[in-house]
Every structure is written in C-alpha cells, then in structure tokens.
Design a protein around this ligand. Structure first.
Ligand code: CA2
Length: 152
C-alpha cells in the first residue's frame, strides 16, 4: 500500500484536555496527543490529519469529506460515544477501519459511559490507558492495514 493516511478525530470538550479535570484525564493536552499520534504514524511511514469539534454534524461532515483520502481513523468521540446514532451510522457508512479510544476507563465510571453506540461498527476499542492508548490504537490500526494489504 502507498503511504497510508490516518485521521485522528476528537469530539466534544476534548479541546480542554490538560486544562481541567486532571484526576480523570491527566495533564496531557490535545496537542500532546496529536504529536504522539503523528510520531507513531510517521515512524511507520503513515501521515496524519487531525480534527476536533464540539459539534456532532461537523464530526460527521469531516468523516464524509475525508473518507476517500484516508485509510483509517483513530477516534475519541467524547460523550457522543454514548449517545450518537448519527455518528455510528457515519462510521458504518465511510467503510474505513476506526479504532475507538478513551483516555479514562469508561467501564469503571458512571453506568451511562459503559455503553458505546459506535463500538459495534469500530475495529476495536482502547479504553483506560490514558495518553498511551492513542499510540496503542495507532499501531493496531496500522497492523490491521498492513494485514489487509497483504491479503489483497
Ligand atoms: O475518557 C475519554 O476519553 C472520554 O471519551 C472523555 C469524554 C467522556 O464523555 C467519555 O465518557 C470518555 C469527555 C471529555 C471531556 O474532556 C474534558 C477535558 C477537560 C476538562 C473537562 C472535560
């Protein structure tokens, strides 16, 4: 496969990472995470496009608009994870492998965070590994793309 293009997508309130709530989300900023993922992708010859929005429709528009140029997605959909049928449908529609990431262990928190609307249409879920979860997710996604390229 020619050099893969990955999307790193963040949903609502994640622009505030590092500013508030360090007990749950640590002191890492969104820029730190974007730099980690760019480094992990770059080390394997992939390039990265980053996007964050607090608006459900904007996230869906971004996925639609980039679906043809991208090979896979790392996504922390924030609270939309637990509520958005529209985002789930968009992930299903774009037909790209998506790895769902959560910084906190959503299963160890309130009951409403135990449900992910998007998990059934994602390749997999990495939850509770903090900042490191993004590097794990990026490598898993690239492993998946490598394996798919060998089979085709
Ligand atoms: O653990 C995660 O990564 C979450 O996706 C974060 C979401 C939350 O709704 C999910 O259940 C789990 C919330 C992100 C809120 O980010 C903040 C950052 C700084 C200050 C306050 C909130």
């Amino acid at each position: 496969m020619p050099s893969p293009v990955l999307l790193l997508v963040h949903g609502p309130n994640l622009n505030l990472l590092g500013e508030r709530n360090p007990a749950v989300y640590g002191r890492t900023t969104l820029l730190d995470i974007e730099a980690d993922v760019a480094a992990a992708a770059g080390a394997r010859g992939a390039s990265l496009l980053c996007y964050q929005s607090n608006h459900e429709g904007s996230l869906i528009d971004f996925l639609h608009e980039r679906r043809r140029l991208a090979n896979g997605v790392v996504m922390n959909a924030g609270a939309f994870t637990h509520t958005s049928v529209a985002l789930r449908d968009a992930i299903e529609a774009i037909q790209l492998p998506v790895v769902e990431v959560h910084i906190s262990n959503t299963h160890a928190r309130e009951g409403f965070r135990h449900v992910s609307m998007i998990a059934p249409v994602c390749l997999g879920q990495v939850t509770g590994l903090g900042r490191d979860g993004y590097t794990v997710a990026t490598n898993l996604l690239l492993d998946h793309l490598d394996a798919a390229a060998i089979q085709s």
